[in-house]
Design a protein around this ligand. Structure first.
Ligand code: AMP
Ligand code: GLY
Length: 429
């Protein structure tokens, strides 16, 4: 028998991913009350927001207790790593998201790499270093390009794909000698550089049970044609049609199931999202990384495709009741275009007042990623990624056309977005 659904839900986080989660949870047929901490100007229209930062664990616990949250859904990795879910469990509040032991899969790339290698799960070959001398000797002798990764969390900036010997050596020195990423970079991985198409697989895990969510592909570079620096993600679409049904079956067999088993065998009771970053190489799929949370912006393109109630799914995972759960997915593709502030991921202006379209066509929504209200009550930009335009359509092309028509109708001085989200898939059709 399944446990009754929670009536009060607290979502932790402040971005487009959290806005998508809040909307989907608030739309549950059971009509739960949804709160968010800290949220943003757009989330505040869909849920009561509390100004508690996502990394203040004692304050989040106190908030959950005070507001009698019956369920907490955690968006970002930092509170997971800091043990929010452990604290909530001790206070008797169920949560979706792993405890600190599970979050280590994202917080330590060395922990994950060792697990992958020990269990024979396909991944890039790697060597681990804490001293610059041996690391420099290794990159001087090895092939190029070479991938250098800080062990710990570095806000998406801890991975360098070095094209030249000088860049590789400079990165090693930056991390191990200059302490560029602090503790996160005191140990590094030097990895074989894989070639191929990247894709993200989000898996709802509950102990040894799991459900694979619809596939999605993210566009990480800031510029059209996948040029310029890496970002948190400039857009995503679902399904990722490079992942054919046969390939998905192979990935489940060779990567997803062995990963879930390996994690459970470590004694980790993982209840949350295992996000597997994959490189589809000529020799087969390989794991690039694990994250332990919903992807941003993948989630914004995946959730519109679920016809299953999201709350029922996340609650079943949190309560250890995922066995025999059936996920219903809509065939219609969905796309998410990120509208950022020009200059991101470098320096960018903030506090641009935003003009929104008066109404949105069916199947289109605008989520807020980095917005706030100014002293006059106007919605202003407050982050590098500002808004997400999400659209569904009978084809990816239709979804993209609808999303871009809406992007054109949003206005603020530093508005910037890529014009080719979905491009890799659209080119093939
Ligand atoms: P990660 O945070 O580990 O996913 O790395 C960030 C990005 O760096 C990935 O999305 C890839 O684009 C790239 N990357 C990471 N590891 C490798 C690798 N072994 N080979 C090629 N590219 C990689
Ligand atoms: N979109 C990649 C991530 O969420 O890490």
């Amino acid at each position: 028998m399944s446990t009754p659904l929670p009536r009060t839900i607290l979502v932790v986080g402040a971005g487009g991913r959290e806005h998508a989660l809040v909307r989907a949870l608030a739309a549950a047929p059971s009509h739960p009350r949804v709160y968010c901490a800290p949220g943003n100007a757009g989330i505040a229209a869909d849920a009561t927001c509390f100004n508690v930062p996502a990394d203040d664990i004692p304050a989040l616990e106190a908030l959950a207790l005070r507001e009698r949250a019956e369920f907490v859904v955690v968006g970002p990795e930092t509170p997971l790593t800091l043990g929010l879910v452990d604290r909530l469990a001790a206070a008797g509040i169920p949560a979706f998201g792993p405890k600190a032991d599970g979050a280590r899969l994202e917080a330590s790339k060395i922990f994950s790499k060792e697990l992958l290698i020990r269990r024979g799960i396909p991944t890039a070959g790697a060597a681990i270093f804490t001293e610059s001398g041996p690391a420099l000797a290794h990159v001087r002798a090895g092939p190029l390009p070479v991938v250098i990764k800080a062990d710990g969390l570095a806000a998406g900036k801890g991975v360098v794909v070095a094209q030249t010997r000088a860049e590789a050596e400079g990165t090693v020195v930056d991390m191990l000698v200059n302490g560029r990423f602090g503790d996160a970079g005191r140990s590094i991985l030097v990895e074989e550089c894989l070639q191929g198409e990247e894709t993200s697989l989000l898996v709802v895990v509950s102990g040894r049970s799991f459900i694979v969510l619809p596939t999605a592909q993210d566009h990480k570079r800031v510029g059209d044609g996948d040029t310029g620096p890496n970002t948190g993600g400039m857009g995503a679409y679902s399904p990722a049609e490079v992942v054919t049904p046969a390939l998905l079956e192979q990935v489940e067999r060779e990567i997803v199931r062995p990963s879930v088993e390996a994690i459970a065998d470590e004694g980790i009771d993982f209840r949350g999202i295992l996000f597997i970053g994959l490189m589809l190489t000529a020799a087969g799929p390989r794991v690039l990384e694990y994250n332990t949370r919903f992807g941003d912006p993948e989630t914004q393109a995946i959730l519109p495709r679920l016809s299953t109630d999201l709350l029922t799914l996340l609650w079943a995972a949190a309560k250890g009741e995922l066995d025999n759960f059936r996920l219903e997915v809509r065939p219609q593709p969905a796309i998410c275009v990120v509208i950022s502030a020009r200059g991101y991921p470098g320096e960018f202006p903030k506090r641009d007042p935003i003009a929104f379209p008066d109404h949105l066509p069916p199947g289109v929504s605008i989520l807020h990623a980095g917005t706030a209200r100014d002293g006059q009550g106007r919605v202003v930009s407050a982050g590098g990624r500002v808004l997400n335009v999400v659209a569904s359509g009978s084809s990816l092309r239709e979804a993209a056309d609808k999303a871009y028509a809406t992007c054109a109708r949003v206005d603020y001085p530093a508005k910037y977005y890529r014009s080719d989200i979905g491009g890799r898939a659209l080119k093939r059709t």
